[in-house]
Design a protein around this ligand. Structure first.
Ligand code: FES
Length: 246
């Protein structure tokens, strides 16, 4: 069994480099270590300037997503042992501008997310007299989509997002669906107006990699296909009932 493993880490220090470079580190191998543990070892013992995001260390916060050996993964949920003998290549998530080392700029995603109104929209503005109750069946309708942790692995896996940066992307569409399926929500038409544009659902060619890499089994590809069906029905209704679509 290996006593150590080499991590090749993508570095980018904008104050010193015009282009990203690779740096190799040798870290001790420990059977229970995740890739994030190896990065923390580098930061604690070898190079305190190494920059990356993480918070929960338990697959909940979604901040530790990186490309590891070319695949988008949560580094807190990827065993070093599964990547032996190495070297293990660690890069920032594909498709996002790099701010520093392994940290991508998510501004574009956050702007797109806001466009789909990922919150409960009510058309009636009155404060309800009581809470909106839901049955377990109504909860089950959207629960799968509510598991999204905004980790961005689906964007890094999506070949369309890389080619067409205007594409609103898998997680934003899955989160739109999460609220559309919520019995308390009345914002489906607002979201449809955004997502039925060219840079919405129609940019997706159903490669399906977003659902493959999702660590929470949210199935963004399934959400996009459901949305395409709903948009098509919406379009037919607008032809047949131009006065009564809404
Ligand atoms: Fe929170 Fe990995 S550190 S998901």
């Amino acid at each position: 069994m290996e006593k150590s493993v080499i991590l090749q880490v993508r570095r980018y220090r904008p104050e010193a480099e015009t282009e990203p470079t690779w740096q190799s580190f040798e870290v001790p191998f420990q059977r229970d270590w995740m890739v994030l543990d190896a990065l923390n070892y580098i930061k604690d013992r070898l190079d305190g300037s190494l920059t990356y995001r993480w918070a929960c260390r338990m697959g909940v916060c979604g901040s530790c997503g990186m490309m590891v050996n070319g695949n988008p993964v949560l580094t807190c949920a990827t065993y070093v042992e599964s990547l032996l003998p190495g070297p293990i290549r660690v890069e920032p998530l594909k498709g996002f501008p790099v701010i520093r080392d392994l940290v991508g700029d998510l501004t574009d995603f956050l702007a797109k997310l806001e466009r789909v109104q990922p919150w409960i929209v009510r058309q009636d503005q009155q404060v309800p007299a009581a809470e909106h109750l839901q049955t377990p069946e109504q909860l089950a309708e959207y629960k799968q989509y509510s598991m999204c942790i905004n980790c961005m692995l689906c964007y890094a896996a999506c070949p369309i997002y890389e080619l067409e940066p205007a594409f609103i992307g898998p997680a934003a569409i899955a989160l739109a669906q999460r609220y559309n399926m919520d019995s308390r929500d009345q914002g489906a038409q607002n979201r449809m107006d955004v997502l039925s544009q060219h840079d919405g659902i129609w940019s997706c060619t159903f490669v399906g990699e977003c659902s493959v890499v999702c660590p929470k089994n949210v199935d963004p590809a399934g959400a996009i296909q459901r949305y395409k069906v709903a948009a098509t029905v919406d379009w037919f209704k607008s032809l047949l009932l131009p006065w009564g679509k809404r």
